[in-house]
Ligand binder design. Structure first.
Ligand code: ACO
Length: 209
């Protein structure tokens, strides 16, 4: 165990419904696979390139392997993996990865939500819950997010949350089959003394049910 894991966070009310995050479960496989197979168009062009076909990688049978490797990394303190639920149903994932402690205390954050809830404020709420948790309980000081300049929806999420743009990483990540430029954003704990959830509440983007 390490600080901040496991955890259940939320809920927050947003236009799409009641958003909460929790650790992934073995039994999430069929709901996860159903969304991932249906939403290939929506997801694939933004995700890191991986071996195998989309259908094989996102089959129900692929989940136990993903779940156990996420859990193993989480137990070693290297990752904080979460699934997002909307009204109790799985609707996406938020992952804090590459956790480095020592004098960095830094990690990246990545997220996706199911197509049937996009535009409903789910990702901002889930990312706010997780970032606050990282700063307040998991002992992290800095969270980075890298986004392709073409990904306007994701840029909007970071803008709503007040992430600071810090640079452009050239040919940074192998996404959808090629090395893609990414805009680099970050927040440190000092940037959000009251937390990101507070910021969403103050801006009227979420309420506490
Ligand atoms: N289709 C596409 N985009 C839409 C739609 C729609 N139907 N409706 C709204 N949007 C755009 C709008 O620009 C919106 O901004 P606005 O609220 O100012 O109008 C913007 O999406 C963000 O909407 P939110 O409701 O705040 O966020 P959402 O819960 O929809 O999640 C996300 C955004 C995660 C980017 C989602 O679109 C998604 O899963 N995309 C595919 C995967 C992906 O790109 N993940 C991020 C990779 S980068 C990273 O992880 C750091």
């Amino acid at each position: 165990r390490h600080p901040g894991w496991p955890a259940r966070l939320g809920p927050l009310q947003v236009p799409a419904g009641l958003v909460a995050v929790r650790g992934p479960r073995l039994l999430d496989g069929s709901a996860w696979s159903k969304i991932r197979l249906r939403d290939r168009e929506h997801l694939e062009r933004w995700e890191p390139t991986a071996p195998g076909t989309w259908d094989d990688r996102n089959a129900t049978l692929a989940w136990p392997g993903q779940w156990s490797s996420l859990r193993a990394l989480a137990r070693r303190g290297m990752t904080l993996p979460f699934v997002i639920t909307v009204d109790g149903q799985l609707a996406g994932q938020v992952t804090v990865g590459n956790v480095i402690r020592g004098s960095l205390c830094s990690a990246w954050i990545g997220y996706w939500v199911a197509s049937h809830v996009v535009g409903g404020g789910v990702a901002p709420a889930a990312v706010a819950l997780v970032v606050d948790h990282c700063f307040m309980l998991a002992g992290l000081h800095r969270i980075e997010a890298t986004v392709r300049p073409e990904n306007t929806a994701s840029l909007r999420v970071l803008e709503k949350l007040g992430f600071r743009q810090e640079g452009l990483f050239r040919r940074y990540l192998d996404v959808a089959g090629a090395w893609r430029d990414h805009l680099a954003f970050a927040l440190t704990a000092e940037d959000v003394p009251d937390g990101l959830v507070y910021r969403l509440l103050a801006d009227g983007r979420a309420t506490i049910p």
